[in-house]
Design a protein around this ligand. Sequence first.
Ligand SMILES: [Zn+2]
Ligand SMILES: [Zn+2]
Length: 348
Amino acid sequence: MRALVKYGNKDGELEIRDVPEPKIGPCDVHLEVKAAGICGWDLEMWRHKMANPVTVPVIQGHEFCGVIRQVGDSVTGFKIGDRVVSETAAYVCGQCPACRTGNYNLCPDRKGFGYGVDGAFTDLVKVRQACLHHIPENVSFDHACLTEPACVAYNALVVLSRVLPGQPVLIIGPGPVGLFSLQVARACGAGPIMVACTSRANICRFEVAKKLGADLVIDVQKEDAREVVLGETDGRGCHLVVDGAGNERALRLAVDTVAPMGQITKLGWGPKPVNFSLDPLISKGARLQGSFSHTWSTWESVIKMIARGSIQMEPMISHRIGLDEWLDTFKAIEAAKAVKAVMQFNRD
Ligand SMILES: [Zn+2]
Ligand SMILES: [Zn+2]
């Protein structure tokens, strides 16, 4: 089968290769991929700028769904022909304190699809049953494959923050996870919801943010974002600030605009050190919280939100492509000319 394989540890060492079909064990299924989302993480792997080490060669792609084509002998609750979407934790140890308390997203031995284990930019993936969720009938494959980044937002805003109805939220970084954060905040009744962009400011993502119900978009390059946010919140700041950008400018803005007793939830990765004082967190009694990945109950909630339309996928999708168009699309995402791109497989 043809697959998009990262084969080396240098910028650009990614290409389509012929690879053998995976073999499944008793607790696995063969998932025939129908749709796979392209993530910022995939671009970082292509450019070899990831925060975590990667085993090569590896098939990229971790946001995916499809149809079960084969089931292992011990699989229960799923059968051939089922439409399913997969979580990203391809392997977790099952033994560590994180795994034993249901927080397997934080397992130190976790290996994700698309970097630790072969992923989904191909026809067929081996997936353990524990990763699977059924896709509701009214949700298309193109929409279901984007469940994962929506779960990243839900984990950050609902599981690890108290997003409150009627309370202001600032989301820094209008990338896909920022736009899903906006949707989750909105579904929870928070407001006003402000979306700020610290870099790569671009019209297309701001337009989508407005379409999805952002009350205000702030271009940090052009406006004094701190003034704007404080002006919108009677000088108090935001109950919740989501840092989806991960750079110094974003965290600084978050510290400046979080309300007393509020919370900053950091989602965006940024390997560079920051160079300013965090003391305002003390005087404001505010929290700084990290959020990584998600677990089963978040997936079940988010899938229901997608089926009910409280998380919208269609406005997020700017590109639908086949495997052969990967390079042009990666370049479009890099140039911030795309919002979310979906790769389609095994379509008749
Ligand atoms: Zn992703
Ligand atoms: Zn573990």
